[in-house]
Write a protein that binds this ligand. Sequence first.
Ligand code: NAP
Length: 273
Amino acid sequence: MKIIVIGGTGLIGSKTVTKLLASGVQAQAASRSSGVDTTTGRGLTELFAGASVVVDVSNSPTFDGAGALEFFETSTRNLLRAEAEAGVQHHVALSVVGTERLSGSGYMPAKFAQERLIKENSIPYSIVHATQFFESIQKLAGLATDGTTVHAPPVLVQPIAGDDVATMLCNVSVGAPLNATIEIAGPDQYRADELARRRLMARHDLRKVVPDPRARFFGAEVDERSLLPGPDARISQTRFEAWLSQSVERAYGTLRPPEAGSGTRVAGSETWM
Ligand SMILES: NC(=O)c1ccc[n+]([C@@H]2O[C@H](COP(=O)([O-])OP(=O)(O)OC[C@H]3O[C@@H](n4cnc5c(N)ncnc54)[C@H](OP(=O)(O)O)[C@@H]3O)[C@@H](O)[C@H]2O)c1
């Protein structure tokens, strides 16, 4: 089985390729830095020769609505066309929990359009909807910064470790196509403002995080539960506190104790790792 990981140099892609190779699977990363461009189709025909599975974890260089839509529609069409010509049997894509209900955002409808193209195509597929990555919390805080103040909506989030996302993508990509969307999330729920505050504090980032009910998420108005997965979501094991301690240790060389946890354990969650 040869698996091509589009966006294989990115946050999730690089972890996925490493895990697949460690499991003895023939995996190959592809992105513009390796001469493959999904927006033009450059390099796809040669890349897909002999491949049975394509995992798409690429991301748009721009998050504005029109730019992101252009990226995901053009890329997905090019990928699916080249996959059909090469006889690829399984297309796996990573998307975001809530794409179908965050229509006020510019970025989420672009991801929704990507998913629609995949579902309408004849190539068997699996779509994995993940919640926000632990690694992305700081970037998300950056998107909402006004001077030295970060405005975050005080809504519930259930973030997940990038490593756990990659593990799930590996499991899905070596299995039979689901022809469905599954959701994955971390074990604990937080208020988005609380989570951003903890992440910034751990990095000695002095910006102030304020709960702001008018703050948007990628441009979308969100309510208390808009960003949460449904009851059938698969729940991973890595806790934010453990990940934060390790990431602080990697950054500063010392292990600082995490603050007392205030995340809520999700009752009755299925553990998939
Ligand atoms: N951040 C979150 O919290 C979150 C939550 C759920 C789902 N997701 C989804 O997860 C996916 C992966 O996110 P990520 O953070 O791992 O992305 P990332 O780190 O930004 O990586 C993006 C990858 O896409 C590649 N790429 C960009 N343009 C390309 C092009 N034209 N042709 C080929 N490759 C291209 C990049 O490599 P080059 O620059 O070398 O081309 C890179 O390898 C995204 O689709 C996102 O929607 C994110």
